[in-house]
Design a protein around this ligand. Structure first.
Ligand code: NDP
Length: 284
């Protein structure tokens, strides 16, 4: 008998009603396989009222860590032992790391995006326009501010959420920030370096939905990003490419988040190329 087959102190999990495999699962497990790691990354559905028990279970079962999605990103915060600095400012966690029994919360939404952007443009001194002020916009705006972007303009439909984000940036980062109430078509200021769609407008199945943005105001020198991973080539990105802009899709950000997660959980460096291929296969 193999030494690992101890039949002691074990729970053998049975998922009778399996959650459909999340594309992120396919991407992370492809990276594990390529690295020769005998690890699993499973998708488990947890009802909001059961989150506390689920986190206790993760501790009890000595998980290496986990990701969490909406609606758990804020609710998980008080259940952890500590947060990394950016996650503390953002006030939301999507990646938890087990450091010798201590559960540490991080937020890889903004870091994944910055890694994609830094591949084509420096962040210091950058002038950014962010469309939206939700969870992803908040994570990206904070990381841009901490990385010394000089100007962050938040364009949002509801004033309250936009104001809260601008206040946070003013209090916790050195970037100059301002809010534009989104009414009608937004005209992108000429001196903008990067435009980021952080709204779900254009997300599958509403793939032909158009952002209320004056596409004539997009200049070829601008970098235009869409966080939507599905479809990767959104209507907004296609319009921007037609205007001669450099475009960045949401898949790159998702892949980078996976890369950062694997690094944090295991200290290993996965292949982003293998991960992107697996993600595209799972999504398309
Ligand atoms: P939230 O629900 O937290 O925020 C959504 C934002 O979009 C809000 O600011 C909301 O404005 C705005 N919005 C929604 N509908 C409209 C509309 N019809 N007109 C104008 N504004 C609108 O979502 P998230 O921040 O979590 O996600 C935003 C997008 O980012 C999604 O498409 C998601 O798929 C993507 N994402 C991608 C990731 C990746 O790795 N690629 C990671 C995380 C998110 P208001 O405040 O007025 O309601």
């Amino acid at each position: 008998m193999k030494p690992s087959t101890s039949f002691r102190q074990e729970l053998l999990g049975v998922f009778g009603d399996p959650v459909a495999e999340n594309p992120t699962q396919a991407m992370i497990e492809a990276a594990f396989a390529e690295l020769g790691m005998d690890w699993r990354y499973l998708t488990v559905e947890v009802k909001p009222e059961a989150l506390g028990d689920a986190v206790k279970g993760a501790r009890a079962m000595n998980w290496k860590g986990f990701n969490c999605t909406i609606p758990h990103k804020v609710a998980v915060v008080p259940l952890l032992d500590r947060l990394n600095p950016a996650a503390k400012i953002i006030g939301a966690v999507n990646c938890v790391i087990n450091r010798h029994g201590e559960l540490v919360g991080d937020n890889t939404d903004g870091k994944g995006f910055l890694q994609s952007l830094a591949g084509i443009h420096g962040i210091r001194g950058l002038r950014a326009v962010i469309l939206g002020a939700g969870g992803a916009a908040r994570a990206i705006a904070v990381e841009l501010g901490l990385a010394h972007a000089s100007q962050i303009t938040i364009v949002n439909r509801s004033r309250e959420r936009g104001e809260a984000l601008v206040r946070l940036l003013g209090d916790r980062t050195a970037a100059a920030s301002s809010l534009v109430a989104w009414e009608g078509k937004y005209h992108i200021p000429e001196d903008t370096d990067v435009v980021i769609n952080a709204t779900p407008i254009g997300l599958f199945p509403d793939v032909e939905a158009r952002l209320p943005v004056d596409t004539e105001s997009l200049q070829p020198r601008m970098i235009v990003c869409d966080l939507i991973p599905n479809p990767p080539q959104t209507r907004f990105l296609r319009d921007a490419a037609m205007r001669g802009c450099t475009v960045l899709d949401g898949l790159g950000m998702l892949v980078n988040q996976g890369v950062i997660g694997i690094r944090l959980w295991s200290g290993r460096e996965p292949s982003s190329q293998v991960m992107r291929q697996a993600l595209e296969k799972a999504l398309l």
